[in-house]
Design a protein around this ligand. Sequence first.
Ligand SMILES: [Zn+2]
Length: 138
Amino acid sequence: MTKKSLITANLIAPCGMNCAICIGYLRDKNKCDGCRNSYENKPEACRKCIIIRCDNLKKTKSKFCSEKCEKFPCTRLKNLDKRYRTKYNMSMIENLKNIEKLGIRKFVKNEKIRWACLNCGGIICVHRGYCMSCGINK
Ligand SMILES: [Zn+2]
């Protein structure tokens, strides 16, 4: 895996997940283009996720759960967040709070630094815990 991927605002899902650091996005085969873009190559867990299709997001025309939803953070977001905090040491809710606080541009800028491989500049995969370009641990 040699190609470099980039973190962009369009790759930040409504739940706060950064799709650019997901194994589904970083893998070479059946590459997912992120929650907001592809459906076909979505990883199984993402296919089942209903946050992207949430009525409240549509109704309020929000880009992120944290924007206008009165239920934020709802139970399903909290469950997802808990799973990621426990298994992958990453929090969607914390991401959303940072997006609120800093704005999406600054958030993306910080994410680029946070997940950058110090060895090659590639992206550290949140699921694997290592750089998908050179294989080196964070
Ligand atoms: Zn690397």
